[in-house]
Design a binder for this molecule. Structure first.
Ligand SMILES: [Zn+2]
Length: 289
C-alpha cells in the first residue's frame, strides 16, 4: 500500500503533467458500472453519472495531497470544487498518449477511469485490487477523513500536535505502532514506515504510547520525518504493486533497515515479527525498547 512518500511522488508527477489541462472525455470501466449496479460503489464513491458530469469539462488547477489522499482542485464555469481520492492497495495513475501505451500489462488491463485531456494525453487510473477511491466534493472540509487529520509532517505544528495526541487518554494505552499509523496523530505513516521509524528511534512497536517519554516521542517524530524524506529522495518504495506515474520503480526498499529483514541490520540479532494494528510488524528486541 502506498504511504505518504509514494503518494507525494505521484502528486509531484501529476502536478507537472496535468495542471492547467482540461478534462474533455471520461470513461469508466465495466467493473465500476457493475460494482455500482450491485451497490458496491467500486472506485467511484458517489453516483457514477453525477461524478462524470462534474468532472467533464473541468480544468485541473492544482494537484494536492493530504496524508495518503490526493486531491484535484478543479474549476468549471467559475466554480471551484475538488476530486478527492486515494490509491488503495494498488492504484496508479498513468499519463500516456493512449491506453495501449501503458507498458505494464497488468495495470493496463485493470484501468477503471480514463480522463482524456485537452493536450491529447490520457490520464488513466488503474487499480488491480480495486480498493482505490475517488469522489467529488465542493470544499475539502466536506471530505470527512480530512476533518480529523493531524497537520502534515512538514507543518511547524506537527511535533507539538503529535506529542499531545500520542499521549492523550484515548491513545496512551494503545501500542505506539497503532498510534503513529493513526492519521489523527500524524498523517501518512503506513505499515512499512512505521516499522522503519520505530526501529531507527529504538522504540519497541508494542510499547504503550503513554509509557514513552516526550523526549523519545520527539525522537520518533524526527525519525518519521527522516524516513519520509529519505524515501522521497529514493523515489519511494517499490514492493508489491506501487508504480510511479510513468511506470517507474523506486529504490527505498533497498534502504530498509528492519522491514522484511531476517536479521537486524544493526546488531545481527533475529528480527521478530508480530501482527500489530492488523499488519505484520518487524522489530529487534535488542535495539528497540
Ligand atoms: Zn538489533
Amino acid at each position: 500500500m502506498p504511504e505518504l512518500p509514494e503518494v507525494e511522488l505521484v502528486r509531484r508527477e501529476l502536478s507537472r503533467s496535468v495542471e492547467g489541462r482540461k478534462i474533455e472525455q471520461i470513461e469508466l470501466s465495466d467493473y465500476v458500472y457493475k460494482g455500482h449496479a450491485t451497490g458496491r460503489k467500486t472506485i467511484v464513491k458517489q453516483d457514477v453519472d453525477e461524478f462524470k458530469e462534474m468532472m467533464m469539462g473541468a480544468s485541473i488547477l492544482k494537484i494536492g495531497r493530504r496524508g495518503k489522499y490526493l486531491f484535484f482542485v478543479l474549476e468549471k464555469s467559475d466554480d471551484i470544487f475538488h476530486m478527492v481520492g486515494h490509491l488503495g492497495m494498488s492504484g496508479a495513475f498513468f499519463i500516456t498518449g493512449a491506453l495501449e501505451e501503458i507498458e505494464n500489462l497488468n495495470y493496463r488491463k485493470h484501468w477503471h477511469a480514463l480522463f482524456g485531456l485537452d493536450d491529447g494525453t490520457l490520464l488513466s487510473y488503474c487499480d488491480i485490487r480495486r480498493f482505490g477511491e475517488m469522489s467529488v466534493v465542493k470544499r475539502l472540509n466536506d471530505f470527512a477523513p480530512f476533518s480529523r487529520m493531524a497537520p502534515e509532517y512538514t507543518d511547524p505544528d506537527s511535533l507539538s500536535y503529535f506529542l499531545t495526541k500520542a499521549r492523550n487518554e484515548q491513545n496512551s494505552k494503545k501500542s505506539i505502532k497503532a498510534v503513529i499509523m493513526d492519521s489523527a496523530v500524524i498523517p501518512g505513516v503506513g505499515n512499512i514506515y512505521a516499522s522503519e521509524a520505530l526501529f531507527s528511534a529504538g522504540v519497541l512497536p508494542t510499547k504503550k504510547a503513554g509509557n514513552i517519554s516526550a523526549e523519545r516521542l520527539s525522537r520518533l517524530h524526527e525519525e518519521i520525518v527522516n524516513v519520509f524524506e529519505v524515501s522521497l529522495a529514493s523515489g519511494g518504495s517499490t514492493i508489491s504493486d506501487y508504480r510511479g506515474v510513468s511506470g517507474q520503480s523506486g529504490s527505498m526498499q533497498d534502504r530498509f533497515k528492519i522491514y522484511q529483514k531476517k536479521r537486524c541490520t544493526q546488531c545481527g540479532h533475529d528480527v521478530k515479527t508480530k501482527v500489530i494494528a492488523t499488519r505484520n510488524t518487524f522489530y529487534c528486541t535488542k535495539c528497540q525498547r
